[in-house]
Design a protein around this ligand. Sequence first.
Ligand code: MUC
Ligand code: MG
Length: 370
Amino acid sequence: MLTIESLTCWLVDIPTVRPHKLSMATMGCQTLTLVRMQCAEGVVGWGEATTIGGLSYGAESPEAIRSAMETYLAPLLCGQRFSGVASLAEKMNASVKGNTFAKSALETAFLDAQGKLLGLPVSALLGGALCERLPVLWTLASGDTGKDIEEGKRLLAEGRHDTFKLKIGARSLKTDIAHALAIKAALGDAVSVRVDVNQAWDFTTAVNGMRQLQDGGIDLVEQPIPLWDRAGLIALSQRFTLPVLADEAVATGHDGYALASGGFTGAYALKIAKAGGPAQALKLAHIAQAAGVALYGGTMLEGTLGTVASLHAWSTVNLQWGTEMFGPLLLKDDVVTQPLSFSDGQVTLPQGPGLGVEIDEEKLRYYARH
Ligand code: MUC
Ligand code: MG
């Protein structure tokens, strides 16, 4: 049992190491919405909700996430006792529709506090870790083919990553295909190169594009068409041997069930923010497992807190397509005392109680919006 006493939120702006270009936005800075959950039992939990490009990616902005927590969720939860994430989710869902990013931060903070109270890592509360290290790819998205090739070769030489994702969809199909295939050719056969279109193509463009990407040796195409076009995504997944990764189209177990029962083959990108928290995201994972759909650990380009919360969840399932939990590496700094350890294309899961992450309060004060 854990009694939530108070919640405090911050908006934290941290510059990125270089501009990150997606089909709908270019990021030069990332805003983390952080929450501190004080519990009556004397433990404190931390959570993070982070989106991409203000309101250009998802329906909740960083400011709206904070407002949902402070105005609606804090009065609902403070003073209440919870036996675990099931009763916490039930309470939040009964009075607050949607707002899965805000709920994800709170579920994360609750798990962190519960783990600290019990002396267990969050992964143990979610079923137990199957591994201590998880694979992590890197996204090449400078917007310039030459720079992306240089960056990819450098990271391969350093041994930091061996798999890359490219962000396409903002430019013409011809330019995007030439960009992707030039990078694939430069990095070589042994390197897995995937693309994320972030919903930018219509169905016809996707058929045309996927044919060329498949012929050019690209391994995976992520969310080629809009999230509402479930039938189109199912059709594309059945038409090509190039696998389709559903991202924006699949947030919760309900989406996963609908896609799989409609005949989707391919993989689902799990994200704690889309589902409403680490435990909620695993509900989608388990539906995918039951349907024979592969899994991928996805990111909203969170800082260390959100990344670690995700890693604890992803460590409890087999991920056929690995993860993209590189968010902290895209940021110039963070608000934790100990950075995550990335090497050999992998990241190490912290082992301490709760998330296993300590907040640097001085840095938090420095980067927090006033
Ligand atoms: C997305 O749509 O997958 C993940 C990696 C990256 O570069 O952007 C995100 C968002
Ligand atoms: Mg994506």
